[in-house]
Write a protein that binds this ligand. Structure first.
Ligand SMILES: [Zn+2]
Length: 116
């Protein structure tokens, strides 16, 4: 009969010490995973109207200042904007937050509407 004490539970693995609280919300998808799925060309075209130019950087009329010609550059491959006139800049989340006054999570939900 084997009654070796080796199999006693370790004092370092007491149950409940490292468990997550049961009331914690399920984790949201990471920001990067949301952004990587977005069709940025569709988003910026929908939000800004037809874009000028070709390639990853396109031009559009800037919504962040009184713009008479397309001063805003948007990256349709990875998301991102940069204005040559008013220096507004940021990623797609910041674009929606600042233009539409959204919270971070509201902007993320809007991005998901453009997920491929
Ligand atoms: Zn601008």
């Amino acid at each position: 009969m084997n009654t070796s004490p080796r199999f006693r539970p370790s004092p370092w693995t007491r149950p409940g010490r490292s468990a997550r609280p049961s009331h914690a919300a399920p984790p949201r998808p990471s920001v990067e995973s949301v952004k990587s799925a977005v069709d940025w060309l569709a988003l910026y075209t929908q939000e800004l109207g037809p874009l000028k130019g070709h390639g990853p950087w396109r031009a559009a009329v800037c919504p962040f200042h009184s713009d008479g010609h397309p001063s805003l550059r948007v990256n349709v491959e990875h998301g991102g904007h940069c204005c040559m006139a008013c220096e507004a800049r940021g990623d797609g989340v910041r674009f929606l937050m600042e233009r539409d006054g959204l919270t971070f999570n509201e902007a993320l939900d809007r991005l998901k509407e453009y997920s491929a």
